[in-house]
Ligand binder design. Structure first.
Ligand code: URP
Ligand code: ZN
Ligand code: ZN
Ligand code: ZN
Length: 471
């Protein structure tokens, strides 16, 4: 089965040019001069499907390296299942997600990992992989980290916040870091000072400050910066490569940049919400409205320039990639658990469908180049997490995960039209330039002509290798 994508502008992280892309079954087999002579009459007759990409970009399928489908958290479950969440991802041009298997303290890591396989198997519309959350560092979970590397899980997330739920103390963090510095893995860190946040939250509630904006005000930038710095120092001590998730404070990004300047293996991701949304405008919306944007780390003040700093950090490679941290909770029955007490609002925002479009607005507004868009959304996630070569690039031998993106198209984001299992949109009313027109996952058309052609179970579990991004 041959598919030929003609007339498009192929955009890789390394460059852009007019080219036709030939796909055989699940794999890209050639990137050809447009209308190339090798495609003579006889060969063309053998092409089963042609996709006209004239005037459009042909990019590698998006890789969202941070999602939480069905995550049990904050007394509830993230509202997207692997089925609904990966279908929404496909609509938005994301053809691989890296989700998190979750171990809470006291649970067995490998049992949890098996349970997460069970949840995802046969459900996903696009390919998927896992990181492992280690909520309880002990001898058994440390040993499991070695086993998981052989299972294709080469990255482990620890938390410096959420005491009694996920928080690891500094000694536990050092133990896990020592482990990855020996087994070749990558340590992912939720960097917020949990004890200080817990205190500020209790003090706020005692004062009667119960509205959603206090979620942000009790997680000031110092709590993110301090934890980020501590994680960097502990990583330096142990020689562990460190990946800081969901960076939102400019001071935290500056710490990451300083560490990178010394040659340390420290990396950072940010998320669309930290690039476009703010504490004042969204989290500070009247009444309980702001709960829609309760996530951790929190949205930051625009007056303090955090958003522009995140863009700048992406431009300069002080931050390496953009993931969504997709962790949706509905207003009804979920977010509303926190009416009268912001600490009870489940933390998370749903954006898995919109990442490519939202970051493309950085190209439209001159904040990043076209190639950088592809790099931070598709290529670096593959390299960072051991998928590059088969994923993250348009080249012969790679999986035919391909998006035809129409720069002249337009996307209106709304709960009325999105495909996530979520009863509101954190991006309601966003009118964005560009449109995901066609999505191929391993050669199979998932989206074309405004219709979904995928199915649960098309997506396969992908075993990841070690990071291909380390110094
Ligand atoms: O608010 C967030 N980020 N929810 C998801 C869990 C996490 O910490 O990534
Ligand atoms: Zn986190
Ligand atoms: Zn997360
Ligand atoms: Zn279109």
């Amino acid at each position: 089965m041959y598919t030929l994508i003609t007339g498009g502008t192929v955009v890789n992280a390394t460059g852009t040019g007019l080219a036709d892309v030939l796909v055989e079954d699940e794999t890209i087999v050639a990137v050809l001069e447009p209308g190339s002579a090798v495609l003579g009459e006889t060969f063309l007759a053998g092409v089963d499907r042609r996709i006209d990409a004239t005037g459009k970009y042909v990019i590698p399928g998006g890789i969202d390296a941070h999602t939480h489908m069905e995550m049990p958290f904050g007394g509830s479950f993230a509202s997207d299942s692997f089925e609904t969440g990966t279908r929404a991802a496909a609509w938005g041009g994301t053809t691989t997600i890296i989700d998190f298997s979750v171990q809470y303290a006291g649970q067995d890591v490998l049992t949890q990992f098996a349970a997460w396989h069970e949840k995802a198997a046969g459900k996903c519309a696009v390919d998927y992989a896992f990181h492992q959350i280690i909520g309880g560092v002990d001898d058994v979970s440390l040993a499991a980290m070695d086993t998981l590397i052989d299972e294709g899980v080469s990255s482990f997330k620890l938390f410096m916040a959420y005491k009694g739920v996920f928080l690891s103390d500094d000694g536990q963090i050092v133990q896990a870091m020592q482990r990855v510095s020996n087994n070749g893995g990558l340590l992912m860190m939720h960097a917020e000072n949990g004890s200080v946040i817990d205190l500020l939250q209790q003090q706020a509630l005692q004062r009667g400050d119960t509205d959603p904006i206090h979620h942000g005000l009790t997680r000031p930038w110092q709590t993110e910066e301090e934890a980020t710095y501590r994680a960097i120092r502990l990583a330096e001590l142990t020689g562990a490569p460190l990946y800081v998730v969901h960076v939102s404070a400019k001071q935290a990004a500056q710490r990451i940049a300083e560490a990178r300047d010394t040659g340390q293996n420290v990396f950072g991701e940010t998320c669309p919400q930290y690039l476009w949304l703010s504490l004042e405008e969204q989290l500070g919306a009247p009444g309980f409205e702001g709960s829609k944007w309760v996530c951790s780390t929190p949205l930051r003040s625009r007056a303090d320039g955090h958003q522009e700093h995140m863009w700048r950090s992406l431009r300069t490679n002080d931050l390496q990639l953009v993931s969504t941290d997709h962790c949706p909770f509905c207003m009804k029955g979920q977010k509303e658990m926190g009416v009268g007490d912001f600490t009870k609002i489940p933390n998370g925002i749903g954006s898995v469908e919109h990442r490519l479009d939202l970051i493309y607005q950085g190209v439209v507004t001159g904040k990043i180049s076209l190639e950088r868009w592809v790099e931070i959304c598709c290529t670096t996630p593959a390299r960072m997490f051991g998928l590059y070569g088969t994923k993250g690039v348009i080249q012969p031998g790679a999986d035919a995960d391909v998006v035809v993106y129409d720069p002249a198209g337009h996307t209106s984001i709304s709960v009325e039209s999105h495909h996530m299992n979520l009863d509101y949109s954190a991006w309601e009313g966003f009118e964005v330039d560009g449109h995901v027109d066609v999505v191929l996952s391993r050669g199979k058309v998932l989206i074309e002509g405004g219709e979904y052609h995928g199915r649960p179970g098309h997506g396969r579990y992908v075993k990841r290798g070690l990071s291909q991004y380390l110094i």
